[in-house]
Design a protein around this ligand. Structure first.
Ligand code: F6P
Length: 544
């Protein structure tokens, strides 16, 4: 059913109209218990959404969307391995990748996937033990000191972000690098500091056909072969893919290939052997803790009532801001340097999943779907773009993520970080009225004409909505749970928006046009079919 025609949707539209003239500071003034009414906890985590522009009545209406769209029924379909990615005819069973072996089978097309999942995990663990134990030697007999993961999108962003997020847990003797960009500058700058004798490449690609990854892999192979000869490839290249035939064609020994399956979407693949560089960076015990955290969040998502369901609540708040208040983006603001890459990771997870125009019946969407995701680690963002959030006049919902304990304890830092994080959400909520600013400036002894001139510049509208997620600390278990939280948030939104979050045809179109343009750029095909702008750009590069 079209979401916008359901009864809760209509009631929410009326609630949004009624809320337009109510300021967040008035909502706090009217209800001393607002924080306890509009916050929830799980496993030592606190989700505070009291600074969102919602009332308990609005939340009640939003909860109606969960039942109305049958989120519980869709959870059952996902867990049963149904082909809920209907445009690609695939299941979306990433939850199986973190399902403990002791908890019994999970079926896909009538087959239990768990033996395969744990078989690959165990193979990965044996490989990591060889690298960490210095038993795996390069072609000259030296141990491996540097790992270079070559992949892009889901084959890069997850392990790259998690390797940084878990920097406090890093293996001391191994450096892990990431190369994604087709621009040779990426590979060249990473290789500049490395020795072929002690470097191992992981070629990570679900399809093993992605242009960027294949080009970087070929150039890395040349770099190695020039130094050590063709025979060295087997000791310096391993692969992670669903396409083992292509892996073999590249020249990688099948014994050194790690497999996953087409029911794992690229942006949901960190939990599979795509996590190999992360497992090498932080060790397999920590990788298994990451999986345990994700599984704990899965269990919470599957069983918690909507009012306490963290992924459900985040999804409903996103829908409220997007579809009822008209927000076009959400800023993700981790007050954690270790989570600095989280906004980039979520850009793929959320925008590739929710940037859709067609519903599950093949009809145009009648409501907006996924907003733009952007952000930066605090406090750096405060000195870059927060000005616009405070005084730019746009509705810009913010999501603060912060830990009670630091992952790198340096005296004097963490308390200030917490103070900045909470001060920002307070300032965004309260604002500062013209009267308050005028009084404050006058009290400072400023001349009256100066006060009158400056007060409009130095007052703030506030009423900017935000959510704060407070974690005890950032460790592998917490990170796993955090990422699974966002996966399920996206899933709930997709059910309510009635879209397929597991395909990405928009990305495919760009790839198709690039491969059609390449022969024109290298001069083996004519560009007469091109529009004048594209033809002009090509001609300018070719000097024709
Ligand atoms: O960006 C599009 C995409 O298909 C992603 O979904 C995927 O994560 C990425 O390309 C990389 O694909 P592959 O792992 O097959 O190289």
């Amino acid at each position: 059913m079209k979401p916008a025609t359901t009864a809760p949707w209509e009631a929410l539209t009326r609630a949004a109209d009624a809320s337009r003239n109510v300021h967040l500071r008035d909502m706090f003034a009217a209800d001393a218990q607002r924080f306890s009414h509009l916050s929830t906890s799980w496993n030592g985590w606190l989700l505070d959404y009291s600074k969102q522009r919602v009332s308990t009545a609005t939340m009640g209406l939003l909860h109606g969307l969960w039942q109305g769209a049958d989120v519980p029924g869709w959870i059952v379909r996902m867990r049963a391995g149904e082909a809920i990615n209907h445009t690609e005819g695939r299941a979306a069973l990433h939850i199986a990748l973190r399902h403990p072996a002791s908890k019994g089978p999970l079926l896909h097309a009538g087959q239990d996937v768990m033996p395969g999942v744990h078989g690959e995990l165990d193979k990965m663990q044996r490989f990591a033990a060889q690298i960490h134990g210095r038993h795996w030697r390069g072609a000259t007999g030296e141990p491996i000191t540097d790992i270079v993961n070559i992949g892009i999108g889901g084959s890069d962003l997850g392990p790259r972000m998690a390797t940084q997020a878990l920097a406090a847990f890093r293996h001391p003797d191994l450096r892990v690098h990431y190369v994604a960009n087709l621009d040779g500058a990426d590979l060249v700058t990473v290789l500049a500091g490395l020795q072929p004798r002690t470097t191992l490449f992981i070629i990570a690609s679900k399809t093993f056909t992605t242009q960027e990854t294949m080009q970087n892999a070929a150039s890395a192979r040349n770099w190695l072969v020039q130094a050590l000869g063709e025979a060295a490839v087997a000791r310096h290249f391993v692969a992670v893919s669903t396409n083992l035939a292509e892996v073999a064609r590249f020249g990688i020994d099948p014994a050194n290939a790690f497999a996953f399956w087409d029911w794992v979407g690229g942006r949901y693949s960190l939990w599979s052997v795509i996590g190999l560089p992360l497992a090498l960076a932080v060790g397999c015990d920590n990788f298994r803790q990451l999986l345990a955290g994700a599984h704990a969040m899965d269990e919470h998502f599957f069983s918690a009532p909507v009012a306490e369901n963290l992924p459900g609540l985040l999804a409903l708040l996103e829908i409220w801001n997007t579809n009822f208040l008209g927000a076009e983006s959400r800023a993700v603001l981790p007050y954690s340097q270790s989570l600095a890459l989280l906004p980039r990771y979520l850009q793929q997870l959320e925008m590739e999943s929710s940037g859709k125009q067609t519903d599950r019946q093949g009809m145009p969407l009648t409501c907006a779907s996924g907003p733009v995701i952007w952000g930066e680690a605090g406090t750096n963002g405060q000195h870059a773009f927060y000005q616009l959030i405070h005084q730019g006049g746009r509705l810009l919902p913010c999501e603060f993520i912060v830990c009670k304990q630091p992952d790198f304890a340096l005296p004097g830092h963490h308390e200030k970080l917490l103070a900045n994080c909470f001060a920002q959400s307070e300032a965004l909520m309260r604002g500062k009225t013209l009267a308050e600013t005028t009084a404050e400036l006058a009290a400072s002894g400023m001349a009256a004409d100066q006060v009158a001139m400056l007060a409009p510049y130095r007052s703030f509208p506030g009423n900017q909505p935000s959510t704060t997620l407070l974690l005890p600390r950032l460790d592998p278990f917490a990170l796993g749970a955090l990422l699974a939280l966002y996966e399920h948030k996206v899933f709930v939104e997709s059910v309510i928006w009635d879209i397929n979050p597991f395909d990405q045809w928009g990305v495919e179109y760009g790839k198709q046009l690039a491969s059609r343009l390449l022969p024109v750029i290298v001069g083996t095909a004519s560009g007469e079919h091109l529009d004048s702008s594209t033809a002009g750009l090509v001609a300018a590069c070719r000097g024709t």
